[in-house]
Design a protein around this ligand. Structure first.
Ligand code: DP6
Length: 330
């Protein structure tokens, strides 16, 4: 029996990934840059076990089958192939944030799974290998392996591998993220489907792809010089351009709810009052606000008081995925 337990944090893209250069190989069409979120963590245990005939998945204590299990099996198969291991695995995964909030992140989930499965199979947990492995399941997960401030480049169709790279560790800059939870339950259109549909039908998709390298570059410069205004401006443009391309799809992919717009208004008001606050939105109605330690309490209380916001979470910058070996080969 071989087992390992890994922990990985969720991440928020400051420059967004939205679009694939190669659907089968899951290669992104655009570069993305993210910040790792210390407060949102997935813990996953993988145990290769000769007493079971099929891979098993327990998500927050519930036996899970269907699409979620198939995505897990696909990752385990890649690890088995590389390590020449044929044992099936028991996978147990839980989030320390409410899964039903719609914040449940494939990024932290596949980063933790990739790390735990690699270690449990007796392979070297080289971050570049683990990031590439996680990216094949979910491209944003490649970034959660590294920690701190992370970049995932775009790739040409058919590229053999693509791993994320760390731009700066978590202690480089004490950025804070206030998350407005604006709905409960899973999102109506997942990010994979939303981006593929945008790519196939939106007249604005090509302009989006053309814009992304410039935005990713601006975000990298802003991180290097710890410039919140430059980071925020680029982050807002990335989010709004991504959502504009999705909204122009046929039929439209619309993730915003009234509370999303209300939060954007609150962020604009905060800025008019001299507070450093900049917003981003992923494939859902929640709003994530980038700010600094001096402003975080005010931002959190103003966001919490915004109509339609159910609750808020506040996070610091988190570190890389970590793993512990629980049992060696018997
Ligand atoms: C809007 O990484 O979930 O959060 O590779 O198809 O699994 P797949 O997509 P996923 O997309 C994330 C999209 C996003 C922006 C981002 O995180 O960069």
């Amino acid at each position: 029996m071989r087992a390992a337990r890994a922990r990985a944090h969720a991440n928020i893209a400051i420059a967004k990934y939205w679009g694939k250069a190669d659907e089968a190989a899951n290669l992104p069409a655009v570069p993305s840059v993210s910040v790792t979120l210390e407060e949102l963590t997935t813990t996953t245990t993988v145990q290769f076990d000769d007493s079971i005939a099929m891979d098993q998945l327990l998500l927050d204590g519930e036996a899970t089958e269907g699409k979620a299990l198939r995505r897990v099996v696909a990752l385990l198969d890649r690890v088995r192939e590389r390590s020449a291991l044929s044992l099936r695995a028991r996978v147990e995964s839980s989030n320390d944030f409410p899964t039903a909030s719609g914040l449940a992140s494939s990024a932290s989930a596949f980063a933790a799974l990739a790390m735990a499965a690699t270690a449990a199979a007796g392979l070297e947990t080289d971050p570049s290998y683990v990031s590439d492995l996680a990216r094949r399941s979910s491209a944003s997960a490649a970034r959660s392996v590294l920690g701190g401030f992370v970049r995932l480049a775009s790739a040409a169709p058919g590229a053999a591998r693509l791993a994320a790279e760390q731009l700066a560790p978590a202690d480089h800059w004490d950025l804070r993220v206030v998350i407005a939870v604006n709905a409960e339950g899973p999102k109506p259109v997942g990010s994979t489907d939303g981006m593929l549909h945008t790519q196939k039908t939106s007249p604005y998709y090509a302009s989006w792809v053309a814009l992304c390298p410039r935005i990713a570059h601006a975000v990298q410069q802003a991180i290097a010089s710890r410039d919140i205004a430059a980071l925020g401006q680029a982050a807002e443009q990335s989010a709004m351009a991504m959502h504009a391309s999705a909204m122009a799809a046929e039929p439209s992919v619309l993730y915003f709810e009234p509370a999303t717009i209300a939060c954007l208004r609150t962020v604009h008001e905060l800025r008019r009052g001299g507070v450093a606050a900049y917003a981003t939105m992923d494939a859902g109605p929640h709003v994530k606000v980038f700010t600094l330690p001096d402003f975080v309490d005010e931002v959190a209380s103003r966001i919490r008081a915004t109509p339609g916001v159910l609750r808020t979470l506040v996070s610091k910058v988190g570190g890389p995925a970590t793993v512990t070996l629980l049992a060696e080969a018997g």
